[in-house]
Structures are given as structure tokens and as C-alpha cells.
Design a protein around this ligand. Structure first.
Ligand code: NAP
Length: 497
């Protein structure tokens, strides 16, 4: 065993340079830690670097979808578009001098804990291996695209790509396009590409509830005011925050019923054709799937070059897609707006913990963590935006609290001379039982197909309480809930790698 001198600061790897990795890097830099951020892409931004599809924008108001320590008085409108969000994230990373810590184009494949050395070995796809004392995963929840296994995909002679890997080498203008899926991504790019595609067929498996989006530009006068007086910007942020905190996604809550009625009324008002309206009408309450807002979605289906197809896709042909009714839809391009393997947390990593246990095996019945952040049997491993941290708030708010928690815990480990900590299993298990109990009666368990569920039906992505409660619970966590392994109090400081 390599002795670690008590009081030495852990060397930390952060996986992912998106909003989580940036928040974590800022905390680690402020704490004087030796740390490296690995990302398979060529810069900061994460999901906002990957998702460059036409119309990509945040559906949480930007004044709230931003760090509390880096408010942006210059947001151009309520829901900023992807280029503006990416520029913001890059600016925050740059302002905090994170660039020197970033190893880009490095795809982390494997993490292995050593019970002997009490550290992690991190392997990248180029075969390199690096040792770290602690690991923070910040890979997001929407990391691995879901590409449905449609028979015959290899024989299709046109192009095909996923919404998060948009092919910008050639425009869809003037093309015959098929778009599969009607989720949060499709609702944003479908109206955009419908403008100039020769023909667009939208393949819908399940209709979605859509409410109008209130997206207003901020005037130069407002932006100047926010810059001059941050309290004014905080008022805008706080209004969004309070609206989210007031949400109650009980399946029978007044809010769920009210939102469903309003969405139904909006659909009725916007879609005059009864047959089309019937196809677009969901059979589940608002909230069972992620609530969506758009003013452009329903009008798109009134365009002469757009068709809504509800017959299921059965196969690819050389020239397009065939549906169950026997129709061959000839197209030049197929776009998968089919979402991500959201419930398969850390699906892109192979993680081995104490005694060689494998996270994929431990999470066979669904991923679990204590407050979405620490997992028993995987010491010194922290997961930002981990299991059951998604919900009705800005994820930046949650991530920021998690990054603060990780920094505080590392500081405590140094202070108390600990080499490793491992969340006590009974505390982890009791927490997860409690949140699964709280999940009963939520709209997420209503009768719809959503990405919040593990194949066994358990909700693994959502936090069943408010964002404030999550942050308050995390703030109370101290070292007492961990099994602790002390650092060796020896003089051999040079033995540390
Ligand atoms: P999604 O919401 O999971 O939607 C995927 C769509 O693909 C659904 O309509 C689904 O149909 C369909 N689909 C999946 N597999 C299919 C198959 N084999 N055959 C036919 N259809 C299939 O994915 P997403 O639109 O990419 O959004 C994912 C998440 O990304 C969002 O919920 C949100 O959290 C995030 N996002 C956020 C923003 C933002 O503004 N912040 C923007 C975009 C995305 P079913 O409904 O029948 O399953």
C-alpha cells in the first residue's frame, strides 16, 4: 500500500466539461486542489456543445439556468438559444482559468478503485491510465443518444443522424426529411427545418402536451439595469425560482389538473382539423412526460410540406422508411429525435469499486445514490446530476449545490486526515426507500412512456421534492454518514505517486 501523508490534498479528476464540470472545477480551483477535467469534446459546454440542432434553446429561463455566482445581465431573451448558453459557459470557464485543467478529446472509458492504494485509476480510450484520489463524474444525464434499432438501417442510402449529433455539413433545405420522435428536442428543431425542407414527415409514437412559450427579448435598457443593479437581475431569477418551487406534480394535484386542462384548451384552439387534433391529443396528464412549451409546434402541422405520421415505423428501405400500414416514405435524411439513455446513469463508463464490484451490476435494478451524489462501495466517487436529482427546477441550481458539497467533503477529509470515505450503506438504502415511497402518487408514474423510469418501472431520474429541499438536505451532510479510512501519518510525502 502506498502511504499517504495525513493532511495531503487529494488529487481529483472531473469527467465532463459541461455545466457540472465547470461548477466543480471552480470549486476545486478555489480550494487549491490539483485537478484535471477530462472531456471527449474539444472544449467546455457539455450538452450545450453537443446539441447544435436548429432552434436549440433552454426551456428553463436563462436568469435561473445560470450560476448564482456568475449572473449574466446580458441574456438576450427569456429562454436563451444554444449559442448564447455555450458562450456563457465558455466565458465562466475562462473567467475562472479552467482551461489549463482541461484535457479535451479524451474519452474516459473505465474507473477502477484500488483497495490497496486507496485511489482510482482512470483509463481513457487511447489506452492511457492516470491515478487520482477522488473522481467527480459530471457527464450529465443526457449523455448517450438513444438510436432505435430499426431493421435495415444499414441499407438506407440517405443520411441519418441523431439530434445531438446534428450533421451541419449539408442543410436539410430542399430535402425530403423524416424526423422520428416528438420530445423536447424535436419540438425545437421540427418547426425550424419545416420552413425550407421540400417535405418533412414527423413520425410520432406518442403525442405530447404543449403549452405556449412566453419567450420575450430583454431590451437594452433592461440589460443595462441588470448590469448596473444585480438586485434587479436577481428579481427575475427569483421569480422563475419561486414558480418552479411552487410546482406540485402529484397525479391528482390541482396543478396537474389545471395544466392539463390548459394544454387541452391550447391544443383545441390551435388545431382546427379534428382528425389531426385527435392524433395530437395525449391520453396522460401533463407532467408525466417533461412539460413542453412552443408556439411553433402545432402551426407546423398546418404547413403543406409537413405530415404527421402515426403509423409505426417497421423498417428502413434503401430509399427511406416503411411504416406498418405498408407505406414507403422516401426521404433524403432521417433525423433521430429519439432522446437519450437517461435512466442508464454513467452508461458510457465502466466503474469498478471496492473488492472489484462493478457499478453496472450494482445498478442492475436501477441506479441509486445517496442524494444522487455518493454510492456505497465506491469510495471518493461523486456523481453530479446523479440518480434522482432531476426534477422541477434549474439543474444548474442542483449541480452548484453538489459541487459545493464535494468541495466541502474533500476539505473535511483533509482536515481530519482521511484518505477515503464511503457512504454507509444503511443510510443510502434508507434514503432511497424514502424517496421511492415519496414517488408514489406522482404524475411521473401515471400511464405514459417517459425516460424517468428504469425498465423495471422504478423512477430513477426524478427527485420527488423541491429543489430547495434537495439543497437543504445536502447542506446538512457531514462526514458522520461515511465509513472513513484514515490517511497514514507517515513522513514519506514523496511516496505519493
Ligand atoms: P425525449 O424527450 O426522450 O423524446 C424522445 C422521443 O423519441 C419521444 O417522442 C419518443 O417517443 C421517441 N422515440 C424514442 N424511441 C423511439 C422509437 N424506437 N420509435 C419511435 N419513436 C421513438 O428526447 P429529447 O427530445 O431528446 O429530450 C430529452 C431531454 O433532453 C428532455 O426531456 C430535456 O430534459 C432535455 N432537453 C432539454 C432542452 C432544454 O431546453 N433545456 C431541450 C431539449 C432537450 P415516446 O414518447 O413514445 O417514448
Amino acid at each position: 500500500m502506498i502511504a499517504k501523508m495525513a493532511g495531503a490534498k487529494p488529487k481529483v479528476a472531473v469527467i465532463g466539461a459541461g455545466p457540472g464540470g465547470i461548477a466543480m472545477g471552480i470549486q476545486l480551483a478555489a480550494g487549491g486542489y490539483d485537478f484535471t477535467i477530462f472531456d471527449r469534446n474539444d472544449g467546455f459546454g457539455g450538452t450545450w456543445r453537443n446539441n447544435t440542432y436548429p432552434g436549440a434553446a433552454c426551456d428553463v429561463p436563462s436568469h435561473f439556468y445560470s450560476y448564482s455566482f456568475a449572473l449574466n445581465p446580458r441574456w438576450s431573451k427569456t429562454f436563451a438559444n444554444q449559442p448564447e448558453i455555450l458562450a456563457y459557459l465558455e466565458r465562466v470557464a475562462s473567467d475562472h482559468q479552467l482551461r489549463d485543467h482541461l484535457v479535451s478529446r479524451a474519452r474516459v472509458t473505465t474507473l477502477r478503485w484500488s483497495d490497496i492504494d486507496r485511489n482510482w485509476t482512470l483509463e481513457t480510450s487511447d489506452g492511457a491510465a492516470h491515478q487520482f484520489d477522488a473522481i467527480v463524474t459530471a457527464v450529465g444525464m443526457l449523455d448517450v443518444p438513444n438510436i432505435p434499432d430499426i431493421p435495415g438501417a444499414e441499407r438506407f442510402r440517405g443520411r441519418q443522424f441523431h439530434s445531438s449529433r446534428w450533421d451541419h455539413t449539408k442543410s436539410t433545405a430542399g430535402e425530403r426529411v423524416a424526423s422520428i420522435g416528438t420530445g423536447a428536442s424535436a419540438i425545437q428543431y421540427v418547426p425550424e427545418i419545416a420552413r425550407d425542407a421540400a417535405h418533412l414527415t414527423v413520425f410520432q409514437r406518442t403525442p405530447i402536451w404543449v403549452s405556449p412559450r412566453y419567450d420575450e427579448p430583454f431590451t437594452p435598457e433592461q440589460q443595462e439595469l441588470f448590469e448596473r443593479d444585480p438586485e434587479e437581475a436577481l428579481k427575475v431569477r427569483d421569480a422563475a425560482f419561486q414558480a418552479y418551487e411552487a410546482a406540485n406534480f402529484g397525479v391528482d394535484s390541482e396543478m396537474t389538473k389545471g395544466l392539463t386542462d390548459m394544454a387541452h384548451e391550447y391544443l383545441t384552439r390551435k388545431v382546427a382539423d379534428p382528425a389531426l387534433r385527435a392524433k395530437l391529443t395525449p391520453s396522460y396528464p401533463v407532467g408525466c412526460k417533461r412539460p413542453l412549451q412552443s408556439r411553433a409546434w402545432f402551426p407546423t402541422f398546418a404547413l403543406s410540406n409537413v405530415r404527421l405520421e402515426t403509423s409505426p415505423i417497421v423498417e428502413f428501405t434503401e430509399r427511406g422508411l416503411r411504416t406498418a400500414d405498408g407505406t414507403e416514405h422516401e426521404v433524403d435524411t432521417v433525423i433521430y429525435g429519439t432522446g437519450f439513455h437517461a435512466a442508464d446513469y454513467l452508461g458510457s463508463l465502466d466503474v469498478y469499486g471496492m473488492g472489484g464490484r462493478r457499478l453496472r451490476d450494482d445498478w442492475r435494478d436501477g441506479p441509486e445514490a445517496y442524494l444522487g451524489t455518493v454510492v456505497p462501495g465506491y469510495p471518493n466517487l461523486f456523481t453530479l446530476y446523479g440518480p434522482n436529482t432531476n426534477g422541477v427546477t434549474s439543474i444548474i441550481y442542483i449541480i452548484e449545490a453538489q459541487a459545493e458539497f464535494v468541495r466541502r467533503t474533500l476539505d473535511d477529509m483533509v482536515r481530519y486526515g482521511l484518505q477515503a470515505i464511503d457512504i454507509k450503506r444503511e443510510i443510502h438504502d434508507a434514503y432511497n426507500e424514502e424517496i421511492q415511497r415519496a414517488m408514489q402518487g406522482t404524475v411521473w408514474l401515471a400511464n405514459c412512456n417517459n425516460y424517468y423510469r428504469h425498465p423495471n418501472g422504478k423512477i430513477v431520474t426524478q427527485f420527488p421534492y423541491s429543489g430547495t429541499k434537495f439543497v437543504a438536505m445536502l447542506a446538512e451532510v457531514g462526514l458522520a454518514i461515511f465509513d472513513r479510512m484514515e490517511a497514514t501519518a507517515c513522513q514519506e510525502s514523496t511516496t505519493r505517486r
